[in-house]
Write a protein that binds this ligand. Structure first.
Ligand SMILES: [Mg+2]
Length: 128
């Protein structure tokens, strides 16, 4: 399997070959990203229905139907990454740097997970 950097490079080349890498295409690319997010959600709901898994307790079942659902779920997540990689390139930002910045922001964050959602300390204080 290729690593993230290799995939980023060939996806950017693919986008370049399709004449997508222009800043003026960024709004349309953003809509493509949103479209893919919803396609992922459809697969997530279908997968959840199919597997009836709970948020933190995914049981692995290798039946053909489940593998097919799992593959579709992964493919839709991949589509999201593709749209983001293309969008990043269109506006001249580096995906890995964005991820690094986001991690730096959250790494020391304190807070509490409430009903499956992490709520940062400052928002906990605001909610009181
Ligand atoms: Mg898709």
């Amino acid at each position: 399997m290729r690593n993230f950097e290799e995939l980023q490079k060939i996806i950017e080349q693919w986008a370049k070959d399709k004449s997508l890498l222009h800043a003026e295409n960024a709004d349309k690319q953003f809509m493509k990203f949103i479209e893919e997010v919803f396609e992922f959600k459809v697969e997530l709901d279908f997968y959840k229905y199919f597997k009836s898994f709970k948020h933190t307790n995914i049981e692995v079942d290798y039946s053909i139907e489940t593998v097919d659902k799992y593959n579709k779920l992964q493919l839709e997540m991949g589509d999201i990454f593709v749209t983001l990689i293309v969008l990043c390139r269109q506006i001249g930002i580096e995906p890995t740097r964005c991820l690094d910045m986001a991690y730096e922001k959250i790494k020391d964050r304190t807070g509490k997970t409430i009903d499956g959602v992490f709520v940062k300390e400052e928002d906990l204080r605001g909610a009181r």
